[in-house]
Ligand binder design. Sequence first.
Ligand code: 3H9
Length: 713
Amino acid sequence: MTGIRIEKQDGVAIVWLDQPGEKVNKISMELLDEFDAAITQIQDDPQVKGAVLISGKPDNFIAGADIDRFLTMQSPGEAAALSRKGHALLNRLADSAKPVVAAINGAALGGGLEVALACSARIASDDPRTVMGLPEVKLGLLPGGGGTQRLPRLVGLQQALGIVLTGKNIYPGQAKRMGLVDHLVHPYGLLEAAKKSVLDLCEKPVKRKRRLSLGQKVFEGTSLTRGIIYKKVREMVMRQTMGNYPAPLRIIECVETGLEKGVPAGMAAEEEKFDSLVLSPQSRQLIRLFFNMTAKKKNPARDKARPVQTVGVLGAGFMGAGIASVSAVEGMKVLLKDVSLEAVGKGEKTVWDELSGKVKKRALSAFARDRIFSRISGRADFRGFETAELVVEAVFEDLKLKQEVLAQTEAAVSESCIFASNTSSLPIREIAGNARRPQQVIGMHYFSPVPRMPLLEIIETADTADWVTATAVEVGIRQGKTVIVVKDGPGFYTTRILAPLLHEALLILEEGGEIHQVDRDMKRYGFPVGPITLLDEVGIDVGAHVSGGVLGQLFVSRGMSYSDTMIRLNAAGFKGRKNKRGFYRYEKPVFKGFGRKRRKQVNTKIYEFFGGSSRKAFEPAVIQDRLALVMTNEAARSLEEGIIASPRDGDLGAVLGLGFPPFLGGPFRNMDSIGVGNVVAKLKSLEETYGPRFAPAQILVDMQKTNGRFYPE
Ligand code: 3H9
């Protein structure tokens, strides 16, 4: 395979990167060899003054190292060899006597950005598809091509740590401001601008104004002050990851080694630590998740999907505004309706504020924001809805109300319009109970906040037409969501598996457990927030509604005793954070010291509902096993009953919708790691102690007999 072509223009070598048959350019050992030969050719050609490195792909510079290869690496040394080879090549590039300018259009990620960092200068297009970043940490890895060394030297230590520890995307405006790129140009002018830059560099080397603020200069200027930064950042990482992810700590070590002991030592650290991370179980799970998410970008029934240009959104609350925003961002026209213009105005303001936040961060231009916002038109009636191909309702979670809204919508829209309900637990077939066109009713369960949460759970009933599901999936993918399609049933998939976990947390409180401990232990297990905090955030009233409704009935029908504490709490006026009466206290945050908030205080009054104020400590493993396994077992039942179509959907739903620890890969991947037989044994032992709610799902019992797995490997 040859992915590199060199052409000479005006004394400048244009190095075109374009791997045949691939949607993106990926770094492999073979590409590094080709690249090495290209550098030699440029150095040896007396007619060439310098070079431009540019991609032949329409929307991709380089997507980084070939991630597929990491999963095939089995022994120590393999990944280190790739890193070492990358270092040697990029050092050669950085030391080149002839200037090489990276011309970036599209994604320059991971190893792709590392290549650009080794160039003499970087010019990027201002196209919205141009993004830069070092996302290795999201794959459980670290930048192994010199990124932990060159980035801090270019943009400053704190800025670099912020980029490399989060793996976040950097958009062109941000990149220019922080000095990651030297110039921004329109995509059409990219090549010419890069060529000019090469010729300019032949005359005089690039002069970069250091953009460090006074504070940065003071803090990053000495090894003593940098030592404080490393310490603080390590503490922050430990707080956020609870030590479950080795990559961020290894990244800090590499940055520190490089800045304190010199680049060669830093590169050596990168090679060694990159190698160990590639073989780590956390990275394997995160890479598999990446591939699962990527596969979901394709709609398997795309040919059945009908075009959607106009979306009606009913309800301009936080959810409705979020749905309007993600639709408008992707070019759809949005009719945002609520009962009054005042309510609509609030919804529009939510969208405006969210988009303006991106403008402030330079992730979006003011012009792009205005264009997106102009696609949303608010109203207090159904005017114009006859043009909508899809209407999503996001009104209050009440069956009668949703049925009424459906009836009004059907009267106002065209015959072919789809009605989607954004509900987290109400059965879609009941919402569609009186529908004139039940085949066009579907569930689209978004997660809050919609612009940030990656999952969309689509719920089809036995009546939903194929083209309706296909169209809803297509819209979800366009909105940038990872979409899973599930069958209608109590709580669908995500709410159904979350409910037993929350219920189990409350049972532990009833047995004398302590609120902080339950939250802390589940965070240590790997959830981003503890279950009790989650209940406060979602609302105890919402929890009571769900547990008092179809889901409670489902669990009771299995012969399980189902605690009614949530219902009693709601009746007593405890609604959670929203009315400042929850498991925690929500008075003004009390500051502990400079810039630090005090830990949330438990609302001890609530213990009256859990047997009084005397509390006892539980073994952390007991809490973690009970909560994680009750959820996992429910996930297995959902697969057994065909609610989810595959373990992959089950894993994506749990990780992206509920925060199931990504490094465990999801409940199904995790069962494969532990061994289904071991999961069954644990469930049986919990069943003996705590009762039938832990009885293993039949599918697990059957799989245990054959030593089965959910995934082939
Ligand atoms: C790294 O760089 C380590 C270095 O530091 C070490 C150096 C020594 N590898 O997402 P799409 C495939 S670690 C393999 O649908 P989009 C993808 O699977 C890497 N395959 O397109 C899909 O395949 P298929 C750090 C990759 O336009 C096809 O390309 N880099 C890779 O929506 C199209 O992808 C990252 O983490 C890859 N690196 O989004 C970036 N990238 O068609 C990961 C893509 O068979 N990639 N593919 O299903 C992305 O974030 C997105 O794919 C990207 C394009 C934004 C690039």
